[in-house]
Design a protein around this ligand. Sequence first.
Ligand code: GRF
Length: 287
Amino acid sequence: MFEKLKQRWKVNGLNLVLIIATFALGGSLCGYAGRKILMFTGLEKGALWIILYVLLITLLWPICVLLISIPLGQFTFFRKYIVKIWGKISGRNHKTGSKITQIAIFASGAGSNAQQIINHFNASENIKIALVVCNKPGAGVLTIAEKSGNPSLLIEKERFASGDAYLTELAKYKIDFIVLAGFLWKMPVNLIQAYQKKIVNIHPALLPKYGGKGMYGNRVHEAVIAANETQSGITIHYVDEIYDHGEIIFQATCEVAANETAASLAQKIHVLEHANFPRVIAEILQK
Ligand code: GRF
């Protein structure tokens, strides 16, 4: 548990001890000060004193923790910590005041694109990867989510396709934008309607060719090679009710060599995807 906290807060052992001490002393000071204020004002006698007390300690807690953090040398950590909590509550960037866009990545495979997207937005102040959604237990993308400290949600078909499409969970994580990065299930109509022009997908070929139901993974590359295409590439597009059909946002191409195999083409496509997908997402969100 302590090792996990050290990694998460990026601190050493001594700092961790001082941080825990700050939490404990700050919490006690806050409780003590809250009680004293209520007694001093005579408000602890009224019927609503518990509500007032809770409100008061909520207000006092950041002040008390910051005060205690000064002598314990942990002020910088706690200032950042409190600003982060405030950002979560308000959903706004503390510096610019602009809204933070919360992204959910839907993926069911190895997750190399998900990893690139997570890395790209890791330091962003306005765009946050808030959730990784996956339909395959044990998929690589779940490990990526865990290692990067992102929450993940494992979904099942019945509820996704014929139920509420997990809109409740997406609302809970305040998701504004959805990125499909190797997610094979069709998006249900209720989800598309709730996120009009806010769902994008990446397809490993130049749509409108080589898309549609069943066209995924090596099947796409095999079809491209079988048709003697000299070029393939990637397509980033908005998602609508039809597989691989929504408005195209971006395409990039690569050469299909004479001796190309599905595996070698897949490699070229991944390079294109990693170089472009995070950047294009950022551009869409900045518009
Ligand atoms: C990518 O090639 C993408 O185009 C397709 O699924 C693949 C996912 O790969 N939709 P990864 O799991 O991101 O490595």
